[in-house]
Structure formats: C-alpha cells, structure tokens
Design a protein around this ligand. Structure first.
Ligand code: SAM
Length: 394
C-alpha cells in the first residue's frame, strides 16, 4: 500500500467505504471481492476501492490477534504478521506498568501492536519506525482506539532514542529470504539489543529459540505461550528482571521461574503422565513442574513427568496412563486393533517417529479415539496408551 492510498482511506470517502464493506461482510459472512470491486468502481476511485477491500479483509484476519480492536484498526499484510498478539502485548505492557515506568519508547513499533497495549496501561508512549507507512498506520491505530501517543519516523540505530524511562524493542526477524534465526540478521541487529539492554531499562522481544544465557548479566528471559502455543521470548534488562528464567502462560498469566527449578531424578512409568507447556520446556523448568506434581522424569533428557496422583496444574497437561503397549510396529498395530482404536493422537518426544506416517502405516479403522505417547525410558523406547485427565487447570 502506498502512503497516499492509506491517507485516502482516512478521508470521509475512505471511511464511508470501509463502513459499507464492513456492513456487507457482516450481512453476508463473505465478500465476492471481484463483484464488489466492479460495483464500487462505478462511483469510487479504483485505488481507494482496492485499498478499502484489502483493509476489510485484513481486519477480519487480524481479529485472531487483536479481537474486537481489529475492526477499527489498519494493517499491511506483513506488519500484521509481525505484530504481537493482543493478549501477549497486554501482559508485557502490564509488566512495564508494574515496574513503575511512566514513559516508554517503542523502537520499531510497526503498526503498533505493542504500542497500543503500552498506551492502554496509561504509560506515555513514543513509537518509532523506519517505515513511514507503518508510522502513519500506528498513529491512526492509536487514534482509532482513542489512545494518546507520539509517533516518529526514523532509524533507531541512527537517532538519539533516549528521553524515556524505558524502551521496548521488537526487531524484525527477517532477511530477504524470509524469517531468519540469525540474530545478527535481525533489524535492528542483536548487538543493538544487547547494548540497550545493558544501558537502560526495558525489554527486547525475540524468538523462542533464544539461548537461555542471552542478554547481559542479570537479565531475565521470559518465554510466553498463549493457549499452549509458544509465542515468543522477551529479554528484560537487569533493572526490570525478577528472575533469570521465567515461563508465562496466557491467558491467566501463570508464571514459573528458575527460583523453583529443581534437578528432578528419572523414575518408573507411573499412573499419571504430564506433558509440560512449551514455554516451561523452553525455559528449562521441567524440574520445577516435576516438583509441583510430586513426580519424576520419564527420562533425564525428555520433558515428560510421571506421577502417582493427578494434581491440578496450569503448567502441564496431564494424562492417565492406561497401559504400556509394545513399541514394535506390528505388535503395536495388533494391540491397537484389539482395542478397536480408530482416530489416534500421537505424542512423541525423544524418538524418531513421524506421527502422520506412522498413523498411515498403522491403518487403524476402529471406532474408539485414543492417544499414544511414544518416548524413551532410559535405553528403552516406550509406547504408552493414555487418556487426557479432565482436571481443570487451576
Ligand atoms: C517485528 S516489527 C514490530 C512489530 C510490533 N511490535 C507490533 O506488535 O506491531 C519490527 C519493526 O521494526 C522496524 N525496524 C526495523 N529496523 C529498524 C530500525 N533500524 N529503525 C527503526 N525501525 C526499524 C520495522 O520497520 C518493523 O516495523
């Protein structure tokens, strides 16, 4: 989208088109874009029609990240993909607020996913981005949501970004070929993140694969999952750190830190099996979960915890172990067929199995759904028939 197309969307004519398309979408549940475009182009500027159609579709897609806010916000496809999900941004913003910072600069704010959440807490925000279109969109998004904030276009590595109590940085983790895991290819690069983490109070968002010792001495790394999906890691500067490693589970904000971490011994297969949340596993806090449920590890190197009794915990999903089945494919097929198993969920850890291929090779046609755990127990590969515990997370 060109900046002038976006500006046109903010005019009364653009707003009128957006409202009209949104109503049509709500009434019909979908839009035949070609037909709608042909009809609207008769009495509207074609560029504006095309921008309004794109924006209407993006708002629908953005509801997954931004909920009801998406209906009044503006996006580009790439900036929407890069934006932080509303609940994750809200959690982080609340942490900024609780730390007592009253002004925060967002260094590379994109269309404003995090900026909006920070502004909503009452923090005075300044957003910066080197992409002038994103700056315009972030400004419009704050305005559409009735939030205050200042926006500036510019390269944060070449500008004085001081003047606020704290900073937030969410580097673009992409190069010309797409997503990159190489921190030196982030923009701004990781070296910039390291410098500001050392010198100021703030937080840098990064990918969940960040090494557990990233950041300066005294920094905290927080791995965040949303509905069980691992979303990101955030490195907090030493001044705002409250632990070395933390797993935060959203919604709910359940947190586990390295203060609770224990070296957990391995033990036998027991009546209950726990699969820790992905944020817990990445944060290296499986031992803390084992301590909480009074369990032992299935294997010292694998993130399954075995326990005698079900315990309510938000940090792991629990399964009742029904029985151990043979690990060999032929005998496993026979055992599953004998139990009338059809749809099979396969959870594997520490073994070389491709669940889709195994499922196809097993060719089960029975009437009962089942869950199979494939893993290692010391030197032995194990196949455990399990069923999810129906204990609500507490
Ligand atoms: C991952 S996106 C930020 C997304 C944002 N946190 C959100 O939730 O919407 C990274 C942003 O940093 C901007 N950026 C990258 N390098 C920059 C630099 N050197 N100076 C300013 N902005 C930069 C990009 O244009 C992009 O909009």
């Amino acid at each position: 989208m060109r900046p002038q197309d976006f500006t046109a969307l903010l005019t009364p004519a653009g707003q009128g088109l957006l409202d009209r398309l949104s109503r049509e979408y709500d009434e019909t549940g979908e839009l035949d874009e070609l037909a709608v475009a042909a009809r609207l182009r008769r009495d509207h500027d074609p560029g504006l029609v095309s921008a309004a159609l794109t924006q209407t579709a993006l708002r629908r897609r953005a509801a997954a990240k931004f909920g009801a806010d998406a209906a009044v916000m503006y996006f580009t496809p790439e900036a929407l993909e890069q934006a932080t999900s509303g609940p994750v941004a809200a959690h982080r913003a609340a942490r900024f607020r609780e730390s007592g910072l009253s002004t925060v600069v967002d260094l590379g704010c994109g269309i404003g996913g995090d900026l909006i959440a920070l502004a909503r807490t009452g923090i005075t925000v300044t957003g910066m981005d080197r992409d002038p279109l994103r700056v315009m969109i972030a400004r419009a998004n704050l305005a559409a949501l009735g939030l205050p904030g200042e926006l500036r276009a510019g390269d944060v590595t070449e500008t004085d970004v001081g003047g606020s109590d704290g900073f937030f940085l969410d580097p673009a983790r992409r190069d010309e070929r797409g997503r990159t895991l190489d921190p030196s290819a982030y923009t701004p690069p990781w070296s910039f993140a390291e410098d500001i983490l050392r010198d100021g109070d703030g937080c840098v968002k990064t990918g969940p694969a960040v090494p557990r010792d990233a950041g300066p001495d005294g920094a905290e790394i927080e791995w965040v999952s949303l509905d069980g999906d691992l979303k990101e890691a955030a490195v907090w500067s030493p001044g705002l750190a409250a632990a070395r490693r933390r797993a935060t589970l959203l919604p709910g904000g359940h947190a586990l830190t390295d203060e609770e971490d224990r070296v957990s011994p391995a033990g036998p297969v027991r009546p209950v099996l726990y699969e820790p949340d992905a944020a817990v596993i990445r944060a290296g806090l499986v031992g803390a979960v084992a301590a909480r449920v009074g369990g032992t590890l299935l294997d010292p190197h694998i993130a399954f915890v075995c326990a005698d009794h079900p315990v309510t915990t938000p940090f792991a999903r629990g399964y009742r172990v029904i029985e151990e089945l043979p690990y060999r494919e032929k005998a496993l097929r026979a055992a599953l067929r004998a139990r009338d198993v059809g749809p099979l969920t396969i959870k594997k850890r520490g073994v070389q199995v491709t669940p889709e291929l195994l499922r196809r090779r097993l060719g089960l046609r029975g009437s009962r759904a089942a869950t199979l755990v494939l893993s290692r127990h010391g030197r032995r590969a194990v196949a455990l028939l399990v069923e999810p515990l129906s204990i609500p997370a507490g």
